[in-house]
Ligand binder design. Structure first.
Ligand code: FAD
Ligand code: PHB
Length: 392
């Protein structure tokens, strides 16, 4: 087989790239190693920046988002038993975030892909990328009983943190910048109407907690736990007890309790691989970088990477110029590092580190107190949370 751009991975990055290139008449084949149900049902991100929402609407995949997405103009920061609202829309000239599950985004993008009749292989096995330095890099995979060789002009490595593309880059090419955190997040999806219209980020002496949602009947909640915490240690009653202990505020606000539909533990990591390119392989999204979820940036960064990549590929096919492709990594990394900084800051502001001294605790509380008392500090948080403008 032959295509212009071989895309490895049908997560948000790969599917969105496929659609952007389709709209520019560029041929792609998407190769995904999981089945369609698994890819759609995977519960992950929920917060879309204003720019991501605008992008999905502009490319014709915004109908679900428009009808079922929940626009939030503000968020709450809660500490010392009180919730404080940050009015993001007022502070940013009308920008907001939209809560719409990543699985919904992925479902909408798969539907759009299927409608284009361009190839999307689920359940591909033994996926490999080769000849990255040549003018015809190759994706090999097995689908059903057939071994395929896909010759490409370019390969987009959109296969997430555990994919095959980044490890296929020869040793010594990439610089890795990494930080792990001494905690993880236990996340649940509960059959309970959200008791707040907006997210609540809670700093508590027992650890961070986050109140979010997926719809008007489903609440999504997270608890800071030790890293690699076995989920078996958390029967449903224990989860609710800890959620309520950390989140209940002195005015009596607390999440509604309901049947737990799904639960799991996620480790926290900051990671950047640079440059985001080797030869004719371009890395995008989690394949190149991971942020701790506290800033809600991962999916949005994946979207901004592929916007840059799609424009660079369009320029190449229209003019033959590789200028944009040469700049791809540098353009993306400027935004990535700002999102890294913001996600690290939100994480260290709100979590309890195991070796926290009383000085550190007082400093964190002062940081929070400064944040909710200073319009400048709130504006800084708000403009980053709703998403910095694309600077290209
Ligand atoms: P992925 O979604 O990981 O997609 C990669 C795809 O490649 C997958 O479908 C995978 O199956 C496939 N693949 C892997 N290996 C291969 C292979 N060898 N061959 C073929 N295919 C392969 N981000 C936000 O913006 N906001 C949030 O609120 C938020 N909350 C989060 C909460 C949690 C609990 C977690 C875990 C993450 C959260 N994120 C959030 C991060 C966000 O989910 C990721 O950044 C996003 O999924 C990245 O998209 P991606 O397409 O780059 O990678
Ligand atoms: C979510 O709803 O899953 C969510 C919201 C905000 C975050 C992370 C995850 O910072």
């Amino acid at each position: 087989m032959r295509t212009q751009v071989g895309i490895v991975g049908a997560g948000p990055a790969g599917l969105l790239l496929g659609h952007l290139l389709h709209l520019n008449g560029i041929d792609t084949v998407i190769v995904e190693n999981r089945d369609r149900e698994y890819v759609v049902d995977r519960v992950r991100a929920g917060v879309l920046e204003q720019g991501t929402v605008d992008l999905l609407a502009a490319i014709g995949v915004g109908a679900g988002l428009e009808s079922r997405g929940l626009r939030h103009d503000g968020i709450f920061i809660s500490f010392a038993g009180r919730r404080h609202r940050i009015d993001m829309a007022e502070l940013t000239g009308g920008k907001a975030i939209t809560v719409y599950g990543q699985n919904e985004v992925v479902r909408d993008l798969i539907d759009a892909r299927v409608a284009t009749q361009r190839p999307l292989y689920f359940d591909a096995q033994c996926v490999e990328v080769n000849a990255l330095d040549s003018s015809t890099p190759i994706v090999r995979f097995v689908h059903g009983d057939t071994a395929h060789e896909l010759q490409c002009d370019f390969i987009a490595g959109c296969d997430g943190f555990h994919g095959v593309c980044r490890p296929s880059i020869p040793e010594g090419v990439l610089s890795i910048y990494e930080r792990s955190y001494p905690f993880g997040w236990l996340g649940i999806l509960a059959e309970a109407a959200p008791s707040s219209d907006e997210l609540v980020y809670t700093y508590h002496d027992r650890g961070f907690a986050l109140f979010s949602m997926r719809s008007t009947s489903i609440t999504r909640l997270y608890l800071q736990v030790p890293p690699d915490e076995p989920i078996e240690r958390w029967p449903d009653d224990a989860i609710w007890e800890e959620m309520l202990t950390r989140m209940t505020t002195s005015d009596g606000w607390q999440p509604n309790v309901g049947r737990i539909l799904q639960k799991g533990v996620t480790p926290m990591r900051s990671f950047v691989a640079a440059p985001m390119r080797h030869g004719r392989l371009f890395l995008a999204g989690d394949a190149a970088h991971i942020v701790p979820p506290t800033g809600a940036k991962g999916l949005n960064l994946a979207a901004s990477d592929v916007v840059v990549l799609a424009r660079a590929l369009k320029a190449f096919y229209e003019t033959g110029s590789t200028d944009w492709l040469e700049q791809y990594s540098a353009i993306c990394l400027r935004r990535v590092w700002k999102a890294q900084r913001f996600s690290w800051w939100m994480t260290t502001l709100l979590h309890r580190l195991p070796d926290l001294t009383e000085f550190d605790r007082q400093r964190q509380l002062a940081d929070l107190d400064y944040l909710i008392g200073s319009r400048a500090a709130m504006t800084s948080l708000a403009e980053q949370y709703v998403g910095l403008p694309q600077d290209f």
